[in-house]
Design a binder for this molecule. Structure first.
Ligand code: BES
Ligand code: MN
Ligand code: ZN
Length: 471
């Protein structure tokens, strides 16, 4: 269902292309003949060649009239091309075929990503997708186009998993999807359920109020020619299939988007699905901590004390701070059992991160400078931007409990620096590993069809993590 548009790569523009997109300033050889010079057209439209600008122009086509889309590509960088690709694909809605003449660029894959991601739709029941059926890229390096396609389809997979309503997308369903991904892409997979979840006290506590019991999922990718020196990265995703808040119940307004509370887990699954195609040179283990934070007679209560993986006890003062409870198990498990060189978690963790940075930028916390720098750079390249946030030592004591090793929220319940406090909580479980935490509560969803984004889940983080791992 996600991106139904197909993609081909050819050397030359076809003479009879239904609709042809040509960048401003391109050397226009036949078969494209404009009625007036490009410069005249641009001044007529008051166009500057900025990315996102697209004009339809009638052209001479034998005895008849053909159609050309002139599109701006700005400074020809990845962000500009991503925007240009999206604008062109949106203009081609409802058409059978679009031919895109690609400008010379090192970032062709960004153009492809933009075009495909703007063509994403999610509907249940009668589909009314009007995305262009086929895009033909001309004059582009085939490998670059295919890389863009893999990244876009992985992002679309994350959107699909996240957009699927929680009555379908239960922890069991997510684990089944992980098994399918493993089978399709040659990954090892292990799923913990029931009794096996014994040591995972956070996942059990969060899931105990739901009729859909929790799961813990592990996907493993090993590159060809892996040896003892091959680095190992662990990705851990928050997989809360629905977050009612638990007994610390959310109001409806805050609850109705909470089927997206597994966007981090979906991002991890999507990244895992693309590693083979990207020929990623490092070992990667994906962990997805899946539970439904439901409300019922069996739900955990504010003041219950739980035991996280590894034995640390936690006084749960707010059942709505559940993401950190499931992620702490995943991080402690990875530290104890997987011997990773770096651990990265990704989660729709706090409303505070959304308030601080809004819908365009994710919050990044890290204990390791070079890991932080690499991730920030990968974010600029991949198109998922992050901003580094501080792990403020002064606030750590706010997590001290009177009755257990830790509380799960600021015990003064001031609500201040909620995203920082959540990060400090997770840091308790990383041992001595280099670690980064990505809070994507803001950018995980979009409220509009805009550029490469579509309403609902965005798949934010997938392309950043892929470009980090591929380098
Ligand atoms: N899933 C939410 C965070 C969230 C909020 C994501 C809005 C996306 C949009 C998380 O589980 C949560 O409820 N966090 C609480 C923490 C608080 C109880 C300390 C929050 O942010 O209010
Ligand atoms: Mn919550
Ligand atoms: Zn949550």
């Amino acid at each position: 269902m996600p991106i139904e548009t197909t993609l081909t790569v050819v050397d030359r523009l076809a003479d009879d292309a239904e609709l042809t997109a040509v960048p401003f300033g391109a050397d226009l050889a036949p078969p494209v003949e404009l009625p007036v010079p490009v410069t005249a057209l641009l001044s007529h439209h008051e166009a500057k060649g900025e990315p996102g600008e697209v004009f339809e122009v009638p052209v001479v086509r034998g005895d008849g009239v053909g159609r050309v889309l002139l599109y701006g590509m700005g400074d020809n960088t990845a962000p500009a091309l991503r925007k240009a690709g999206a604008a062109v694909a949106r203009k081609a809605k409802g058409r059978h075929s679009l031919s895109v003449l690609v400008p010379p660029s090192d970032d062709v894959s960004a153009l492809v990503e933009g075009a495909l991601l703007a063509s994403y739709t999610f509907r249940i029941g009668e589909t009314r997708t009007r995305a262009v059926e086929e895009i033909v890229f001309t004059g582009a390096d085939e490998q670059a186009v295919r890389r863009g396609e893999v990244a876009a389809r992985a992002t679309a997979l994350a959107r699909d998993l996240t957009n699927t309503p929680a009555d379908v997308a239960t922890p069991e369903w997510l684990a089944d999807q992980a098994r399918l991904i493993a089978a399709d892409h040659g990954l090892a997979v292990r799923v913990w359920a029931g009794e096996d979840l014994g040591p995972f006290g956070g996942i059990r506590a969060v899931g105990q109020g739901s009729i859909h019991p929790p799961r813990f999922v592990q996907l493993q990718y090993t590159p060809e020619n892996a040896g003892d020196g091959t680095p190992h990265v662990v990705l851990a995703g928050k997989g809360i299939t629905f977050d009612t808040g638990g007994l610390s119940l959310k109001p409806t307004e805050g609850m109705k988007t909470m089927k997206s509370d597994m966007a981090g887990g979906a991002a991890v699954m999507a990244v895992m699905s693309a590693l083979t195609a990207f020929d990623v040179p490092v070992r990667v283990t994906g962990l997805i901590a899946c539970a439904e934070n439901a409300i019922s007679g069996s739900a955990q209560r504010p003041s219950d004390v739980i035991t996280q993986y590894g034995g640390r006890t936690v006084e749960v003062l707010n059942t709505d701070a559940e993401g950190r409870l499931v992620l702490a198990d995943a991080l402690a498990y990875a530290d104890a059992e997987l011997d990773p060189d770096a651990m990265i978690d990704i989660a729709t963790l706090t409303g505070a991160a959304k308030v601080a940075l809004g819908p365009s930028i994710g919050a990044l916390y890290a204990t390791d400078e070079s890991l932080a720098d690499s991730l920030l750079r990968a974010g600029e390249v991949g198109g998922d931007r992050f901003w580094r946030m501080p792990l403020v030592e002064d606030y750590r004591s706010d997590l001290d409990s009177d009755v257990a090793d830790l509380t799960n929220v600021d015990r003064k319940m001031s609500g201040a620096a909620g995203s920082v406090i959540a990060a400090l909580y997770l840091r308790e479980f990383i041992g001595k590993r280099p670690w980064a935490h990505l809070d994507i509560a803001g950018p995980a969803r979009s409220t509009a069809d805009e550029g490469h984004l579509t309403k609902g889940a965005t798949g934010f983080g997938v392309r950043m993590l892929l470009s980090y791992l591929a380098d």
